[in-house]
Design a protein around this ligand. Sequence first.
Ligand SMILES: C[C@@H](O)[C@H](N)C(=O)O
Ligand SMILES: C[C@@H](O)[C@H](N)C(=O)O
Lengths: 149, 149
Amino acid sequence: MKVVSDSEVAKVAVLGVPDTPGIAASLFSALADRGVAAEMIVQSVMRGQVNDIAFLVCKEHLGEAIDVCRRAVRQMGAQGVAFDAEIGKITLEGADVAGDPGIPARMFSVLAGESVNIDMISSTEMNITCVVSLIDSVRAVKALERAFP
Amino acid sequence: MKVVSDSEVAKVAVLGVPDTPGIAASLFSALADRGVAAEMIVQSVMRGQVNDIAFLVCKEHLGEAIDVCRRAVRQMGAQGVAFDAEIGKITLEGADVAGDPGIPARMFSVLAGESVNIDMISSTEMNITCVVSLIDSVRAVKALERAFP
Ligand SMILES: C[C@@H](O)[C@H](N)C(=O)O
Ligand SMILES: C[C@@H](O)[C@H](N)C(=O)O
């Protein structure tokens, strides 16, 4: 397992999009037209008939991403755009998340022990990523490196 | 790139958890104590002072996962538990998501073209996963295999 961190990213969220086919397609096609790649895309379960779509972009693309999202919000009738450039992305690579339930439990417990709040979570079979605030990021990475040598 | 699908999973979401350090740790420690592994964990941005944590489990563990989450909801004062066993998980593996913004745009457009609604999204640098309803899953996989041969 390896702890990998990246603070050159910012998060953008389009809030309250209609949860109907074609919405994610039009948002990410508009981003692609402007050459804005999304490092991590997260959409959780819907609430009412709307949903939020959040993603990370490299800091240089933040301005363009916000611009694209603001236009999309007007076209779709969504609720708004939120963003935060003061974040750190921390990934535990090569962790058998789908096979060992102790891994996410330990990663989250290590962050809790450092009083680090977890802003976003995304995991696949072999990786688990947490987004935390930038001021917590260095402390969080050091604690995770101790716990997952 | 490879299209991989799995219909032996169910989704569980703990709704309206306090967005404070230690919450994710206590939920996933309780799941680990019962041997329930989470295949894909997704937490997006918070709304107000609360957040939702959603994850996929293999269908055999759904009952236990719901039980653990219902206890956690009472302990944390969260809003509730939602679940859905009629889902399909579809992953585009080996896709350079972080490098090529056309990939998520194309994947979502292919699903939109089939009128498939995307329930959840999770992506990392080299993978992108969509959760769709079970009735859409076979159609969605076939269309994605045509678009990403
Ligand atoms: C919210 C958004 O993902 C929508 N469900 C879609 O399919 O595009
Ligand atoms: C919502 C939950 O992830 C919380 N922010 C925590 O750190 O545990």
